[in-house]
Write a protein that binds this ligand. Sequence first.
Ligand code: PEP
Ligand code: MG
Length: 895
Amino acid sequence: MSSKWVYSFGGGRAEGRSDMKNLLGGKGANLAEMANLGIPVPPGFTIPTEACTFYYQNGNTYPEGLQDQVMVALATVEQIMGAKFGDQTNPLLVSVRSGARASMPGMMDTILNLGLNDVSVEGLAKRSGDARFAYDSYRRFIQMYSDVVLGVDHHHFEEILEEAKDDRNVKLDTELSADDWKKVVAKYKDKVKAAMGRPFPQDVREQLWGAVGAVFGSWMNQRAITYRRLHDIPESWGTAVNVQAMVFGNMGEDCCTGVCFTRDPSTGDNDFYGEFLINAQGEDVVAGIRTPQQLTIHGRELQRSDLPSMEEAMPVVFKELNAIRHKLEAHYKDMQDMEFTVQQGRLWMLQTRTGKRTTKAALKIAVDMAREGLITRKDAIGRIDPAALDQLLHPTLDPKASRTMLARGLPASPGAASGKVVFSAEDAEKWVKERKEKVILVRIETSPEDIGGMHVSEGILTTRGGMTSHAAVVARGMGTPCVAGAGEIRVDYAAKTFKVAGKVIAEGDVITLDGGTGEVFLGAVPTIQPELTGDFATLMEWVDTIRTMKVRTNAETPLDAATARKFGAEGIGLCRTEHMFFAPERILAVREMILASDEKGRRAALAKLLPFQRQDFIDLFTIMQGLPVTIRLLDPPLHEFLPHTDADIAEIAKAANVDVAAVKARNASLHESNPMLGHRGCRLGITYPEIYEMQARAIFEAAVSVSQETGRTVTPEVMIPLVGAKKELDLMKDAVDKIAAEVFAAMGQSVKYHVGTMIELPRAALLAGDIAQTAEFFSFGTNDLTQTTFGMSRDDSGPFLEVYRAKGIYEHDPFAQLDQEGVGELIKIAAERGRATRPGLKLGICGEHGGDPSSVGFCQKVGLDYVSCSPYRVPIARLAAAQAVLGKEGGSGTK
Ligand code: PEP
Ligand code: MG
């Protein structure tokens, strides 16, 4: 471990760099980089993440040398700023902030104005010439420090503040005078003394170490833990601490503070985008307490705001900021999210980081930057999180649908969603988990504590705050539709209602949000599916030139197959034929077949199914226009098809010409203790070959007729499920070949076809060398393979897997993200042994993992020929497959 515990920055130089994020955290690394670029950054220093790790590994103590190094660095800051920590004439104030490797907005603690005490506050008053400002800063500091470090809850302070305003008969904080603030400060200190049994710390060094400890401590607070779990951020990373000279955006009308993006984070347009507040501190912007002003004239016009833009109100500083925008974007070659403060006309950059953006914006920015020559096409491909493409594939409001508009707010996060109104994050979680409702979370504003409830909500509506408010930033990250700052809405938390446009909307009433336009509607408004054009299509074209694996779809209905084709599917990797058996006109025949007492009865029922099944395949072959279609023969346990209600039992008894008691007896006889390990898969074909014979006949008759009609080659792939022994496959392949020969002879034409198997059992993976003697392809059925490898039911494991994840036994749900260590090892073995027997054996995957980015990355490594996934995940898999070629592991596939 190094013995360097402090990295200084400021005054045009820095000890760190932007590629030192692991050590300095994102914020610290970027502050260092900006300082090195000559951008005006208030000087400061970063205590690296290693110190946090040390702190937790050594009973919450600091490493040797840290204290001394901090004092040396602080002296440098004092020197650059020409001010002294705790000084009575010209005091240096600092901020103390967390900064992890990955951005965790609002999750950890921050302390501002540190270094104020009864003496230095007077120094600040003199120096700034503004006693009101100095005492306001002091009371903010006492409140923040007491809440975060001393654990005295902030509501105590808010009560004192409210009383002070009532006493003076004013509404706004800004209406309080210096003397008022002095009184508030005295009361705040009394409160701390009463709560703690000791006075508020006056020693500025004690304040500093208290704050550093609190920031380290906040790494393990509940909201940070939840955020890390949702974003797959390891606990072991730890956070860095940034101590930085304070600059003030609230020292008068020539001061301001703001947040800006080098491009529009919502649309991706190459417009400077941002908001600022005159005479305010940074937290005022994020908290959404005052409605901010736009940075540019263009932005003001778009938002239809009456307040002047920065471009108009502070043209000189705006020009400087705009130049920094260009410099930073060109340097980082990505859209930046920056925070700045103007103190008495002088611009300071407080932070820059890669800006969070909507998926739509991510695509536009990546494609535009590649076209501008700022990045390569490969970079552009690597920039898009495949899992986030989901956002683009989500519905928007049907423009033709009638609607009743309730309110308009800011279009904070795109997508349309309807749900029942709830007014707290807690209720959102309850309604979703216990009542299985879809909810829209309505809040005046959100805070980091609401993260759990925001995550389960279909949409989020706030009545306060701008595009950079907590609600907006978090919702965009989650891909959840959000309308923010809908100011006409009046929320009454106690009554659980909101009022707008003369209407009262109560908890449980349905509303619809359009996060793309910022509109709020009464009731559920119908939605339509998105068209994938423009930047999406361009990026997908680039993707297809890179990837080597094919992407197919799991589909059995014509609609699914057509949708998947639109999304770029290159064939069907899994057609689950049992899904075709449930349609009303078929299920009776299926039940007759199951209930029949002998083969003759079964064949009679199967004959009724044949024409339906043949038409199914004709449809699929036609839609797929010569692309490969893998059809899996019947797989699930038969009892899944059986009638359960008395009416259904009576109906089937009549149709099969047996009595009700016989049906019930047959039902009972089909009961299995472990149906997933029971009479299913090819075991059905082994015991009742006539079922697979009918299906094979339907496939070949359909293939020949489509090829005759369209003149196209049709190459069916017949897939046998749940094989565990070569002999099973031999028998089934013989049966399929026999039917093929019969059909081709009868129809006077043959088509090429392949017979292969799913690898869904550990035994099949281990004996893949044998099985490949017969199988012409393997498709990994990783749903069952996960179930059988873990010995864990895919239908029952949800609740206890949650506990397993929480305890860190498994990091991910193995049914969502492929378990590369265990199940993956079996896939590798099967791939190697299969190809050793049959070089060039075609390999694919058709379990749910085929659409999960990290699993797709694994498939590439193992050398699979294709992945197959549900239609809506086809674009995700295409992108993930390209990224896999570029050596980028995909995202986790979880939000
Ligand atoms: C599988 O087991 O992975 C598979 C694709 O088949 P099913 O989900 O239908 O069991
Ligand atoms: Mg299966």
